[in-house]
Write a protein that binds this ligand. Structure first.
Ligand SMILES: Nc1ncnc2c1ncn2[C@@H]1O[C@H](COP(=O)(O)OP(=O)(O)O)[C@@H](O)[C@H]1O
Ligand SMILES: [Mg+2]
Length: 351
């Protein structure tokens, strides 16, 4: 449905997007993820037609749209700050695209009043807006409701592609999670190809069919949430997503020395996530191909899990233990064994 072919976007000397190659399938929920300033918004704006690439091509449904004006691309866009019209009520905001022509002029004949009402009511219902809210001024609505109006305003035009730029970032944490789930359901129901921009890895992991991770304008990896998390393709992706322990050469040598343990490249940049490590009593029956002897330094309680800091070899590792996973609670100074399945060790050989 969407193809970026070697797309560059430069602002003067500064390249915000560099040699971007991407393919997004019809109906997919696709996320551009990366730290602030990595070029996510610029890539999305180039797809929307708000910014012109300085190199490469963008295709929508097989058609080269690189030079096609935004209003002819059949894309709907939702912004972080909602960008609603403050002087219009909710109904007028949602209906806006149905009342203006391609040149942005009001055109009463475009869609009949009755048809407008029908479509606005239908999309309001889908996006979780009560009919009683349609006659309110948008300023009377909460942030979450305003963002629903912005999504409804984009969807009422039945775009081929829905673009969302950090739409949940201005909302408080609880509402963000709630709206995230509803957004996922809505996208599933409507089936519209969606490109979502966020710097929030949890949002990306929970919402997306696939994720593209960007760093400084460069594509780092494209994959399913599981691939991005469990098989991070580059050290950048590995460090950006989730939490990590960096493994020292001494730890890698020790892990590789047990009977049946696989050889690990002690010179490679290596990581393992805290929840992939397990704590056991030093004399417990072996249950993984590799382990380390250590001693507990401390523990922090997080409700759903605890994180133990454990000294091993010449470093400390963070080990995440789900609440209720172990009858045993370790104290500082306790001798423990850290078990690890080497499949979860991510290695990036020095080049
Ligand atoms: N209109 C612009 N003019 C000049 N520089 C810009 C413009 N828009 C974005 N940039 C720069 O391009 C880089 C990427 O910006 P942006 O795409 O907004 O990143 P993100 O959305 O990932 O935070 C940043 O360094 C930003 O300062
Ligand atoms: Mg941005």
């Amino acid at each position: 449905m969407i193809r970026f072919e070697d797309v560059d976007v430069a602002f003067g000397e500064h390249r915000a997007v560099s040699h971007l190659d991407l393919e997004i399938q019809e109906g997919e929920f696709f996320t551009l993820l990366g730290p602030s300033g990595c070029g996510k918004t610029t890539a999305l704006r180039s797809l929307a037609g708000f910014v012109q690439p300085t190199g490469g091509r963008i295709l929508i449904a097989g058609r080269d749209v690189t030079r096609v004006p935004s209003e002819k691309r059949e894309v709907g866009m939702v912004f972080q700050n909602y960008a609603l019209f403050p002087s219009m009520n909710v109904r007028e905001n949602i209906a806006f695209g149905l009342t203006v022509n391609k040149r942005g002029q009001t055109d009463a004949k475009k869609v009949s009043k009755a048809e407008q009402t029908r479509r606005v009511n239908e999309i309001a219902d889908r996006t979780g807006l009560a009919l009683s809210q349609l006659d309110k001024n948008v300023s009377e609505l909460s942030g979450g409701q305003q963002q629903r109006v912005a999504i409804a305003r984009a969807l009422v035009l039945t775009p081929r592609i829905l673009l969302l730029d950090e739409p949940l970032s201005n909302l408080d944490a609880k509402l963000r999670v709630q709206l995230r789930e509803q957004l996922k359901e809505l996208q599933h129901e409507v089936g519209v190809t969606t490109v979502y921009v966020t710097h929030d890895q949890e949002e990306a992991l929970t919402l997306s069919d696939r994720i593209a991770v960007l760093d400084a304008g460069h594509l780092q990896q494209v994959g399913t949430p599981e691939e991005i998390y469990d098989r991070s393709g580059t050290p950048f992706v590995c460090r950006f997503i989730g939490e990590n322990n960096r493994l020292t050469p001494a730890v890698l040598i020790s892990l590789g020395s047990g009977p049946g343990a696989p050889a690990l490249d002690a010179t490679a940049e290596s990581y393992v996530r805290p929840e992939k490590l397990h704590l056991a009593a030093p004399d417990a029956a072996a249950n993984s191909p590799a382990s380390l002897d250590g001693s507990v330094v401390g523990r922090t309680y997080h409700g759903s899990h605890s994180v133990y800091t454990v000294a091993v070899e010449d470093t400390t590792l963070r080990v995440s233990v789900p609440a209720g996973a172990s009858a045993h609670q370790w104290d500082a100074g306790d001798a423990v064994r850290v078990d690890v399945d080497p499949r979860w060790i991510l290695q990036y050989p020095a080049v």
